[in-house]
Design a protein around this ligand. Structure first.
Ligand code: RAM
Length: 337
């Protein structure tokens, strides 16, 4: 199924001069408060998102980027926080959602109260946000993950997927495209045996990985499309002495995975720059809050070093393939995110 959300395409173009329309809200004395509400705290990926948010806020007049998230990756935790933010009357919320649908009622309530709401990274379904910012095309992410594990496993064997939470919008979309990709003839000797969920918690992810090794003694590889899961799985492979026997790929932060890439536990993995996601989210919401754009398809937002961001419709827009990291380039990126 194609992603039906409004997808924002980041066009890396030269900055055109910004034209300010009559704003709905000026940078007032108390400033513009934008919250980056993430799936859960303690996740390095979202800490990098927060860095990007701070960077953008520093470039914008009177804008504050506030980083928040529940302690565990649950929709309930995010709903509670959004209720508080409605009471506090913040100006905008960018949400990486733990559930595409469960957040819709509270997000609607926030929008009704005049708060501008977008989702990023892991999106809320239509009706629960004004704009959905995706890092890349979901189909591209899914098929690339399959290609990476196939290359590591010589195109044969049993593959498991170790995901984040069972309701995560982004991982579920990517996984559905992984199943599609595996139908291609070049993967005929590979099969997905199971999908397990580590809930973006290091300890649960680690236990799930060890459980897979026990349950599938012939397991050839694991795809973990979460920065928390791929790190925990690499550690489990090393600890269990399975380096070289069980392959791992996924979406990993270079700063967290450098050790495992350099020692060969993880031959290759992919990701986009999470700093850019936080940076872009703040620029998009600021433009909406100030009335420079409505957030409709076709709207073009000037977004600092990202160039212009165009709001598109449907899921056919592609920012580009996530970047692939291996032994040759990991050190270069590990210092950035
Ligand atoms: C984890 C989160 C996040 C996802 C990355 C790749 O940090 O699940 O939503 O985009 O992995």
């Amino acid at each position: 199924m194609k992603n039906k959300t409004i997808l924002v395409v980041l066009i890396l173009a030269l900055l055109s001069p910004m034209v300010f329309a009559n704003g709905q809200k000026d940078a007032s004395s108390d400033g513009t408060k934008i919250v980056l509400l993430v799936k859960s705290l303690g996740n390095g990926f979202f800490e990098a998102v927060a860095d990007g948010g701070k960077e953008a806020a520093g470039e914008l007049d009177g804008v504050e980027s506030i980083y928040m998230g529940p302690s565990a990756a649950t929709a309930e935790g995010q709903i509670e926080i959004i209720e508080t933010l409605i009471a506090q009357r913040v100006d905008g919320i960018a949400i990486s959602a733990n559930d595409p649908d469960a957040l819709i009622p509270v997000a609607k309530k926030a929008m009704k109260a005049g708060i501008r709401v977008i989702s990023f990274d892991s999106n809320i379904s239509e009706g629960g946000r004004e704009v959905a910012l995706s890092p890349s095309d979901s189909e591209l992410i899914g098929s690339q993950q399959v290609r990476l594990i196939a290359e590591l496993c010589d195109y044969k064997g049993q593959i498991a997927i170790l995901s984040a939470t069972a309701q995560a919008t982004n991982q579920n979309e990517w996984i559905s495209y992984m199943y599609e990709a595996f139908k291609a003839p070049e993967y005929k000797d590979m099969e997905i045996v199971e999908v397990v969920y580590g809930d973006d918690a290091a300890d649960k992810s680690y236990r799930e990985a060890v459980g897979l090794f026990k349950k599938y003694p012939d397991l050839a590889g694991i795809i973990s499309p979460t920065t928390v899961g791929v790190l925990a799985t690499a550690k489990a492979i090393e600890d269990e002495g399975l380096k070289g026997k069980v392959q791992i790929t996924g979406l990993g932060l270079p700063s967290e995975m450098q050790h495992y890439i350099e020692n060969g536990t993880c031959g290759q993995m992919a990701l986009w720059n999470p700093v850019d996601l936080g940076y872009s989210s703040i620029y998009i919401l600021n433009a909406m809050i100030k009335g420079e754009v409505e957030g409709n398809p076709g709207d073009v937002i000037s977004a600092g070093r990202m160039g212009t961001i165009t709001i598109g419709e449907g899921g056919n827009s592609i920012m580009g393939e996530p970047f692939v990291f291996n032994k040759d380039n990991i050190a270069e990126y590990a210092s950035i995110f």
